[in-house]
Design a protein around this ligand. Structure first.
Ligand SMILES: [Ca+2]
Ligand SMILES: [Ca+2]
Length: 574
């Protein structure tokens, strides 16, 4: 990733259902002949599949740290390609397990910390002379070989596990910010690519790599195509080419996609072109309408809805028929991927409030090889329903749902017995929210009222510097309450908090009464939910008092998306 970022604000309208194929423009690709003549059969199958969809549809992906669940929770869809970094890779066995448990296509890049220093020129203590790195006999060459061997050990384990890797080394190769980019003599960088290619394929016999070249975004006047071509190692060393394209607003911009698509078609003629990294996937409606070049795939760096990628946009993109998601991938080689299942309705956005007996769940379940033989529905870890031989688009009614608040999931089981869990939806049945829209005060921070607005994608953010913070809701009248749901955003929640209530004005300190205390609560990724239950108590004022952040997080204050106080509906009317 580059350090260049731009806040992108987008408004996407609805989901287009029509697929419009337009004549390919600049999308002619050579017949697939793998760069590595010994590429494994599964790798060849993947390349053939890519060629079959290239120019017609675009594969979705994400480069992630810990954020993968977000996209799934919010859109119900999983991307086809999962990207990680060799420099910061979890134990390879975990990577293998994760890829297999999902059936992802895996892509790896490598922020190569040469000599244990940094990948970024600006952060290195010692600069790297790329000419010496590619010259046998130099200490730099020895270092490179040693570090490449360590990377090869990882790739070899993936090969043994039958996993093909879209291998994207030396990324943003012509950008100028990484040590491997020799701006004075780009041919050295191109030689470094070939050196790695030969070592990996000939010496280490890594036949599970599809070689992906990626340029860096930047001014084409300052770094014209003629210069960029000098970094390119040659068609025989590359399977897929492309660019890491940042700073583009998918709602408005069209020209940058074309500019860089054309540039890369010149740099790497005949290759399929992909977005190894991007802020967002290009707008699928425009792709379908032929207004944008069709990249083979795109991997937003943060595979998660955020200020840069609003939920509406993520949903519109991931659910658009032009975009290939995980459930649509074929099974490659002899793999039998697990099924894929997602809940599309209700949404996990805070809107799932139902009268008793009326919960309807809609989603999709598909198996990429074999079939889905059963769907199970789980609410708070209790099996509450099943569907045998479900259709791809399923609909299930939970007719005997007792009143309460639930984490609801579907689990798909395929004919090989493999299980797969859907996204998790927060569902409330037979209750109303006494806190909704009530007046709120807080110890500080931004948007306290966002905690009671009924939307899980808006939140109150406590000040960054404060470990202790509180938020108080005036219910307007005394209610008997016995539960508070706290739903957190952005992974910044409390490890220690208390719930305090009062019947009289909060200025009378003596009237406060602590009804619940949570301590040593585990750190969770999106979304942490605390369902605090306590003995029924009469309360008009409810104060949530936070004392310590989970995981000692320091990059932001508490991020509270919802405070819900469920009460029976008859008591909800004022
Ligand atoms: Ca299967
Ligand atoms: Ca909210």
């Amino acid at each position: 990733m580059t350090c260049q970022r731009r806040i992108v604000s987008c408004l996407l309208v609805g989901i287009s259902l029509g697929l419009l194929f337009t004549p390919a423009l600049g999308r002619e690709v050579s017949d697939i002949k793998p760069a590595n003549p010994n590429l494994c059969p599964k790798g060849r199958e993947i390349l053939k599949y890519f060629q079959s969809i290239y120019g017609k549809r675009m594969l979705s992906g994400y480069n992630v740290y810990v954020h993968t669940p977000d996209d799934y929770e919010q859109t119900g869809m999983l991307a086809a390609i999962w990207g990680r970094d060799v420099q910061w890779l979890p134990p390879v066995d975990e990577v293998i397990a994760h890829v297999k448990a999902h059936g992802y296509l895996l892509t790896l890049h490598w922020h190569w910390f040469f000599g244990g220093d940094s990948a970024w020129k600006s952060k290195r203590k010692t600069p790297v002379n790329v000419a010496r790195v590619v010259t046998p006999g130099t200490p730099e060459h020895a270092t490179a070989m040693k570090e490449m061997a360590a990377a090869a050990d990882i790739l070899e384990k993936l090969q043994e596990a039958g996993i093909v890797v879209l291998w994207r080394p030396l990324h943003e190769i012509d950008g100028g910010w990484f040590w491997w980019t020799d701006l004075d003599r780009p041919e050295n960088t191109a030689e470094l690519w070939r050196m790695m290619f030969r070592f990996f394929t000939e010496e280490r016999k890594l036949n599970n790599l599809i070689w992906v070249y990626s340029a860096g975004v930047g001014d084409l006047k300052k770094k014209p195509v003629e210069l960029r071509k000098r970094f390119y190692p040659g068609a025989e060393y590359v399977d897929i080419s492309g660019i890491d394209l940042y700073g583009v607003n998918p709602a408005e911009d069209e020209e940058p996609y074309w500019t860089f698509f054309r540039a890369m078609a010149e740099v790497s003629p005949g290759k399929m072109l992909a977005l190894g990294e991007c802020d967002e996937l290009p707008n699928p409606q425009k792709l379908a309408a032929g207004r944008l070049p069709i990249w083979l795939y795109g991997l937003p760096w943060w595979g998660t809805p955020s200020a840069r990628r609003p939920v509406e946009q993520a949903i519109a993109t991931m659910r658009h028929p032009f975009v290939v998601t995980l459930d649509e991938l074929p099974a490659f080689g002899d793999e039998d991927p697990p099924p894929v299942v997602g809940i599309l309705s209700p949404m996990d956005d805070g809107s799932a409030w139902f009268p008793e007996g009326s919960v309807t769940v809609e989603g999709y379940a598909v198996d990429r090889r074999g079939k889905v033989v059963r769907l199970e529905f789980w609410a708070n870890d209790q099996l509450v329903g099943q569907l045998a031989n479900p259709p791809r688009q399923f609909r299930w009614q939970w007719t005997d749902a007792p009143s309460g608040c639930y984490d609801l999931r579907a689990v798909a089981i395929d004919d090989a017995g493999q299980r797969f869990r859907s996204n998790r939806i927060h569902v409330n049945v037979g209750v109303v929210d006494a806190a909704r829209g009530r007046p709120v005060t807080a110890s500080g921070g931004e948007n306290p009222s966002a905690a009671v607005d009924g939307n899980y994608y808006t939140s109150w953010r406590a000040p960054t510097e404060a470990e202790e913070a509180w938020i108080m809701i005036d219910l307007g009248q005394v209610h008997s309450i016995h539960q508070v749901n706290l739903i957190w955003g952005w992974k910044i929640h409390a490890e220690h908090f208390a719930i305090e209530t009062a019947k009289e004005a909060p200025s009378q300190a003596a009237s406060w009464h602590r009804v619940y205390e949570g301590k040593n609560l585990p750190w969770e990724v999106w979304k942490a939910t605390h369902r605090a239950r306590f003995a029924p108590t009469e309360a008009r004022y409810v104060r949530i008092h936070f004392f310590r952040r989970a995981a000692r997080q320091t990059w932001g204050g508490y991020d509270l998306a919802a405070v819900e106080i469920p009460i029976p509906p008859s008591k909800g009317a004022e």
